[in-house]
Design a protein around this ligand. Structure first.
Ligand code: EPZ
Length: 422
């Protein structure tokens, strides 16, 4: 198939109102969790993105009955028709969240065979903590030829101490713990908004989860769980942040509706520090930027610190901030690959191990650039919006994994973005 690429005519000021979609990293955790429900469950506010489509394919491969309406963002999952407990390599490799099917299948059926997951190439991304946590509940887990094989003849609630804060590890242990006899306590748990969202979804099917959003989560295992009402997932924190950054990058005036401002505090603080204006309402954020921006520095941290997923889009904005910005990537080993592409657009950056030093330049200029992962793609979109001329971005499929209709949203605000093949 001929290579598709995105064309962005730079210099357009973004202005207007845009509604944020449901959270990708919630969706890819809540959808496998539907396996735990004895009754069909309905999930709402799902984004129409590639990772959700892969989740649908995975559930259908297992035998679940899935009705997915991408236009409405609504999905019905009936797990009672599941006949398989193994995920095929061609699906597992497509995203990191495939690992969640280990915890969900183990909890419901006592077994799972899942090839090690794929996902953005931003570091080693092992799943040793996922496995450690499920073994603590009594599961027998081995990895053979790149496939995780998990079995249990009854999980038992236990204390699980995470060696480091891991979103995926916390989610997988939560899923397994839903059917472990007694209480499971996860210490050093991740606190991201999508952890709380998953806990609320589990609660909506009768599971008792306490402490989600703190570093200690307690889950009381149940014999069976049954969804009782439709569940709408939270808005996407990272898409909200990407749109906030796009407004500042184009000296625009954009209001993002349907978001949760408290999820955005780390980014909001940095945008204010650089001289942008940010006004918060109950479920909307307005970002305006009139003058020049001052350089700012930040370190990526687990929630509520500055999110690693916004490091790449933010680094594009920093390229034209006056002065020197320093970005430290503390979560993943190699999440700076987009910087080399931005250098082709005139950015002045130097990388020392986990630190990127960005010297502001007056203007970026358009170039042909390649996205290396999902958020690198978002960073190049931001750079293209800022650059003089028309930027071409290759590997746009990465962007489609995590952003629902990104160019339509940006074009509705005044951007000029199109796609061509060949
Ligand atoms: C989730 O990845 C997100 N993906 C990532 O978003 C996000 O960057 C990350 O959390 C941090 O917020 C999904 O939710 C699908 P981790 P995950 O486990 O779960 C190490 C995006 O752009 N680690 O919190 O893989 C790991 O290597 C994506 O939307 C272990 O060593 O992140 C990393 O260095 C990219 N052993 C660090 O911990 C383990 O068992 C944090 O990883 C697990 C993790």
């Amino acid at each position: 198939m001929p290579e598709e690429r995105m064309l962005i005519v730079g210099g357009r000021r973004l202005e207007g109102v845009v509604h944020v979609s449901g959270a990708k990293n919630s969706a890819v955790a809540v959808i496998p969790a539907a396996i735990l429900s004895q009754t069909p469950c309905v999930i709402e506010n799902l984004p129409n993105i590639e990772d959700v489509n892969v989740s649908v394919e995975t559930l259908r491969y297992l035998g679940a009955t899935v009705e997915w309406n991408p236009l409405e963002g609504t999905m019905m999952v009936d797990a009672s028709t599941i006949t398989k407990t193994e995920v095929p390599l061609e699906l597992s490799r497509k995203m990191r969240a495939s690992s969640y099917y280990i915890g969900a299948l183990l909890a419901r059926f006592g077994e799972a065979r899942v090839p090690l997951p794929g996902g953005c190439d931003i570091g080693r991304r092992p799943i040793d903590q996922h496995i450690k946590g499920m073994r603590a509940l009594g599961a027998k887990i081995e990895t053979s030829h790149g496939t995780v094989i998990a079995k249990s003849d009854g999980l038992l609630g236990s204390d699980v101490f995470m060696d480091m804060v891991t979103v995926g590890g916390t989610i997988n242990v939560m899923l397994a713990a839903t059917h472990a006899r007694g209480v499971t306590t996860i210490y050093n748990a991740a606190k991201e908004p999508h952890i709380v969202d998953l806990a609320n979804f589990l609660g909506s099917m009768g599971c008792r989860v306490k402490g989600a959003g703190t570093d200690t989560i307690r889950i009381r295992g149940a014999e069976s769980l049954s969804a009782r009402r439709p569940y709408a997932i939270i808005p996407d924190q990272i898409e909200t942040g990407t749109l906030m950054i796009a407004s500042a990058a184009t000296h625009g005036d954009v209001t993002i509706t349907g978001c949760i401002p408290t999820h955005m505090e780390a980014l909001t603080a940095k945008l204010l520090e650089m001289g942008a204006r940010v006004d918060e309402k109950d479920d909307a954020i307005r970002v305006r930027s009139l003058g020049e921006h001052r350089s700012v520095s930040f370190k990526t941290q687990v929630y509520p610190g500055f999110p690693t997923d916004l490091q790449q889009p933010m680094s594009a904005l920093l390229c034209t901030c006056i002065g020197t910005s320093r970005v430290v990537e503390n979560i993943f080993e190699s999440r700076f690959r987009h910087l080399a592409e931005m250098e082709r657009m005139g950015a002045n950056v130097r990388v020392y191990e986990q630190t990127a030093v960005i010297e502001g330049v007056p203007q970026l200029h358009a170039a042909a650039v390649e996205a290396s992962d999902l958020r690198a793609g978002a960073a190049l979109v931001i750079a293209g919006l800022m650059a003089q001329g028309t930027t071409e971005i290759y590997n746009t499929h990465y962007i489609d994994r995590g952003y629902e209709h990104l160019e339509e949203k940006l074009n509705s605000l005044g951007a000029e973005i199109s796609r061509i093949r060949g």
